[in-house]
Design a protein around this ligand. Sequence first.
Ligand SMILES: [Fe+2]
Ligand SMILES: [Fe+2]
Length: 250
Amino acid sequence: MPDEAGAPIAAERHSQGKRRRIIFPPAIGTLGTPAYMKRVELFNELGPDSVLMMGDNPALPPMPEKPTLLDFFRRRFHPRGVNHLLQSANLARKAGLPEKLVLACLVHDIANVALVGSDHGYWGAQLIGPYVEEEVSWAVRYHQALRFFADEAAGYTYPEAYIRYFGADYVPPPYIQAAHREARAHRWYMSARQITIYDVYAFDPNTIVPLEEFTDIIGRHFRQPEEGLGFDGSPVAHMWRSIIWPNNFL
Ligand SMILES: [Fe+2]
Ligand SMILES: [Fe+2]
């Protein structure tokens, strides 16, 4: 292998190649579990042959210099999550939804696929905010709350899965209830509601929808920055970089 021989591999990887790189689990993924308190023990393992992970983690596919949304779908997002998003977008497209809402369905869960589950609608809306029409990020933001409230008239019943996930007695917290009320009174209510409608039936692992079918819709409704996601200096660039390098100590 060329990296063992050392020759054509980038300097950074060569110089770090002989050293073990320790991954320090992020606070947000461990807080509230024993792993959070145990993280500090990793400092005891540091030495001449062991450093903390910085830069590309070889366990992850390398990202291009100027990553596009599709690169994140292909090289970072979990295949099961991608499948869910593709099925959701596919159902929305078949139902004849406007392209921008098909895109909203395609990206509605990117936060819990690659960043954080808690309040994922809000994180997801932020990730896409600078690159889509305001209605699209608004819809992604509010699908977070609307998932918890049935709207039978619109064709959305409370998900069976949530009874399994959270128990039959689960009551959403006041801020989610308030967001639901806000959304219902908003002119874009149905846009966020559509995400929940095409979300709930989109978990079939046997239906394969190729990502390439949405290339045009992404091209028309997602303003891909020329410098690449993570490097355009936008207020959310750091969030995309954290997905590129999720294991960096700092
Ligand atoms: Fe979601
Ligand atoms: Fe979803």
